[in-house]
Design a protein around this ligand. Structure first.
Ligand code: S3P
Length: 193
């Protein structure tokens, strides 16, 4: 059966899949769909940080500053990596932290959702609650982040181009890469037989 078929839902995941990439790359949307395909839980690090702090990321940046947000983000991701295996969507800056990267390398499988500038600008324009994109020209900011972050995101175990491809195609591609990289073990039917 093909890797993109329903049968892959029985694949066993041994490590957390950690989605990384810039704002607008589709980490949460793709993450949710990937988790459904694998039949594992989905967790969004930004949501968890907000829950732990009891306020929005926007307010956190404004009231406590970016450094405090980054500390919280690092702590929350560390905790989630020790939790039940599933798919974890991280905020765009999380993988830039060396300690977080080391933890992800040790405990997870990192997947970089790579998108080009035009795609990111278009998608980010749909929301206005991202603190890093509030001031200045969005395109320039994203271009600067691409220059600084893409070499680091490039350390991820798997790289998948998202572009304007349908979500299903991107999920198929990730599944293929997970399988080719030996990240999916025997299926549940086999394991329980
Ligand atoms: C950030 C990305 C955001 C959020 C915060 C900072 C970043 O998450 O964590 O605003 O530094 O790139 P998304 O990538 O999910 O938008």
């Amino acid at each position: 059966m093909s890797i993109s078929s329903k049968a892959t839902a029985s694949a066993i995941l041994n490590r957390m899949i950690v989605l990384v990439g810039l704002m607008g790359a589709g980490k949460s949307t793709i993450g949710r769909r990937l988790a459904a395909r694998l039949d594992v839980p989905f967790v969004d690090a930004d949501d968890e940080v907000e829950q732990a702090a009891g306020c929005s990321i926007e307010d956190m940046f404004e009231v406590h500053g970016e450094a405090a947000f980054r500390e919280g983000e690092k702590r929350v991701i560390g905790r989630l990596l020790d939790g039940p295996v599933g798919v974890l969507a991280t905020g765009g800056g999380a993988f830039m932290n060396e300690e977080t990267r080391d933890l992800v390398r040790e405990k997870g499988i990192s997947v970089w959702l790579r998108a080009d500038l035009d795609v990111l600008v278009r998608r980010c324009a749909r929301r206005d609650d991202r603190p890093l994109l509030k001031d200045g020209d969005m395109r320039e900011t994203l271009e600067d982040l691409i220059n600084r972050r893409y070499p680091v995101y490039g350390e991820a175990n798997i790289v998948v181009d998202t572009g304007d491809k349908p979500h299903r195609t991107v999920v198929d591609r990730i599944m293929e890469e997970l399988s080719a990289g030996g990240y999916l073990s025997a299926n549940r039917t086999d394991a329980s037989a």
